[in-house]
Design a protein around this ligand. Structure first.
Ligand code: HPA
Length: 273
């Protein structure tokens, strides 16, 4: 389906009226990172199902609320619960969250996700600041009729993960109690975890972490000219790297273990943005 500019404006009008302020930063919280939203002061909580022309969360570990308020002195709108292609959404539907941020007036986006570590130097619990991405399955979310109100038909993505924001993020890591890396996020559609052969191929191609989200949101931000900062929480080593089975429980468990430190770190980054 081709969506119109007005289609997206309808969601924004509803949210704008409910939240009652202009946000500076839009944040997408990934698997098991939802509790970050508990730090939002004076929150206005808007369930996704109330928002006209918006999507619905179908994953039980993803809450499904827009949480608007102040955190680390910044006015933010947080998506507690995100949308994935494996839920059955088309890639073009996945433009909706970042386009909503843009229409609300956000000047930057922060994306977070849980990912499998492909780089042999990574460990579960580490954080990767994403500096590039690869997506070889699925279509661009910007496929179809271009909406020039958001951005041009053809657009540059060499600095889609904004260098200045990456630098800022890496300057805040001291005393975080976390180990940081920079690297390339490789998108796989899921919902199955990858095969060991796929992971070997991803490593040869240059992927450092693998996951099932984020790339459509980053591309949507690049299209509408919004600076983007993104983090992967490495919740497990990718398929074939260790003997253990991969599971959603393991992903959520490691996510929970770092959640507090990562939230405190993210607040320091937000303060400086
Ligand atoms: N693969 C894909 N997505 C993921 C993984 C993984 O190993 N871990 C967390 N999200």
């Amino acid at each position: 389906m081709d969506y119109t500019y007005e289609y997206f404006c309808k969601s924004a009008e509803y949210v704008r009226e409910k939240m009652g302020f202009t946000p500076e930063i839009g944040i997408v919280l990934g698997s098991a990172l939802g509790p970050f939203a508990q730090h939002v002061e004076d929150p206005v909580v808007i369930p996704y199902e109330e928002i006209p022309n918006f999507l619905r969360s179908t994953v039980s570990t993803h809450a499904g609320d827009l949480i608007c308020g102040t955190i680390a002195g910044k006015k933010v709108v947080c998506m507690s619960g995100r949308f994935h292609s494996y839920e059955g959404y088309d890639f073009d539907q996945l433009t909706a969250p970042v386009r909503l941020f843009k229409l609300l007036g956000c000047r930057a986006v922060i994306l977070t996700n849980a990912a499998g570590g492909v780089n042999e130097n990574f460990k579960p619990g580490d954080i990767m600041v994403i500096n590039d991405q690869m997506m070889f399955c699925g279509f661009s979310p910007l496929r179809g009729k271009n909406l020039p109100e958001f951005g041009p038909r053809f657009f540059d993505v060499q600095e889609m993960y904004t260098p200045a924001l990456r630098e800022l993020a890496l300057s805040c890591t001291e005393d975080s109690g976390l180990t940081f890396h920079e690297g390339c996020y490789f998108f796989m559609q899921g919902p199955q975890f990858e095969t060991p052969a796929e992971i070997r191929a991803i490593r040869i191609l240059g992927g450092d972490a693998v996951g099932m989200s984020t790339v459509t949101e980053a591309l949507t931000a690049a299209h509408c000219g919004m600076p983007c900062l993104a983090f992967s929480v490495i919740t497990n080593m990718a398929a074939g790297m260790l003997k253990e089975k991969l599971s959603d429980e393991e992903v959520n468990e490691v996510g929970k273990k770092v959640e507090e430190r990562f939230s405190a770190y993210l607040m320091r980054v937000l303060e400086k943005m």
